[in-house]
Ligand binder design. Structure first.
Ligand code: NAI
Length: 337
């Protein structure tokens, strides 16, 4: 009898504990796409998500109906173009994978013309309807789309640099997987630090910080594979797009980390491209490094730390490119408000 009462008490406490305090609405903008669909599924499987708002200019209601049959508690709703306000209202996290992906031979910068205005418009909607949400930008070129979104939030008077993120998790996922293949280690226990930005030479893996010292051609080949790993997928898909499944996993991991940190877990660290003080003196206002997350988004931006001369050269090349990518985004946002 006592045990039964205790059990009921536990259930009641659990029911209470997932009420208001932990209610987390997550919105995906571009939910009908190659990334959006598996990302929505992974978020549906996450017990920390209580409501999932799936928005796209095409196909979101279908993805939502499909996901909604998965037997987890969260409520899933699909939204079409006219409903962006309802999709965004009360969202704690907004993931943006809307836009076009690369085809073989294209760089991420080649996507700028199309994706810059898509991200600008979605950022405007987010600034209006959920100005306090964490905004997670997946749409490429991330090095430019994050500064664009930041400018939009600034123009709306609601910019909080602690809540604007470029999702670079996939670079860490790749760097960790690729070293595990070389060293025959468990990829799940690898966590290679990757700093800089999210395209080509701006992606800087810091292998030395995990105690690895590859040398010569093997090191060059490893770095190149991390920097251009996305191209392997683009080529293998032969014109049908870029990384979607691994990206969905990476995006879901980042969202999970933010939710964990928002719900009080300490020491949650993810690499992410944020408004960062680290290289502002060199004119680089956004930079990806290890970032500790907390209830208010960015809690602490970790410096790059000790690196080898080889890694310093990579970092120098990164900063040069990154500066141009960021300036391009800011210029676009200012000239095309
Ligand atoms: P996709 O073409 O399969 O899907 C994009 C979706 O966005 C489509 O469903 C489309 O209808 C939707 N969309 C377009 N304009 C929209 C708007 N104004 N509002 C709402 N939805 C809109 O493309 P995929 O493969 O899902 O890639 C999406 C983006 O993610 C690309 O820019 C790609 O380069 C980027 N990406 C980023 C990565 C990262 O590590 N950050 C990795 C891989 C891709």
């Amino acid at each position: 009898m006592f045990a039964a009462r205790q059990a009921i008490g536990t259930i009641q406490r659990r029911a209470f504990s997932v009420s208001a305090r932990d209610a987390s609405k997550v919105a995906v903008l571009g939910a009908g796409g190659g990334i959006g669909q598996p990302l929505s599924l992974l978020l549906k499987l996450n017990p920390r998500v209580t409501e999932l708002a799936l928005y796209d200019v095409r196909g979101a209601p279908g993805v939502a109906a499909d996901c909604s049959h998965v037997n987890t508690k969260s409520v899933v709703k699909g939204y079409e173009q006219a409903d962006v306000a309802a999709a965004l209202k009360d969202s704690e996290i907004v993931l943006i994978p809307a836009g076009v992906p690369r085809k073989p031979g294209m760089t991420r910068d080649d996507l700028f013309n199309t994706n810059a205005s898509i991200v600008r418009d979605l950022a405007k909607a987010a600034a209006e309807h959920c100005p306090k949400a964490n905004i997670l930008i997946i749409s490429n070129p991330v090095n430019s789309t994050v500064p664009i979104a930041a400018e939009v939030f600034k123009a709306a008077g609601v910019y909080d640099p602690k809540r604007m993120f470029g999702v670079t998790t996939l670079d860490v996922v790749r760097a960790s997987r690729f070293i595990s293949q070389l060293k025959s280690t468990d990829p799940a226990s690898e966590n290679i630090v990757v700093v800089g930005g999210h395209s080509g030479a701006t992606i800087v893996p810091l292998l030395s910080q995990s105690g690895y010292n590859l040398e010569g051609e093997q090191l060059d080949a490893y770095v190149k594979r991390v920097q251009f790993g996305g191209d392997e997928v683009v080529q293998a898909k032969g014109g049908a797009g870029s990384a979607t499944l691994s990206m969905a996993m990476a995006g879901a991991r980042f969202a999970e980390s933010l939710l964990k940190a928002a719900q009080g877990e300490k020491g949650v660290i993810e690499p992410t491209f944020v408004d960062s003080p680290l290289y502002k003196d060199q004119g680089v206002d956004f930079f990806a490094s290890q970032v500790e997350l907390g209830p208010n988004g960015v809690e602490k931006i970790h410096p790059v730390g000790q690196i080898t001369d080889y890694e310093q050269k990579l970092l120098d090349a990164c900063l040069k490119d990154l500066k141009g990518n960021i300036e391009k985004g800011v210029k676009f946002a200012k000239e095309n408000p």
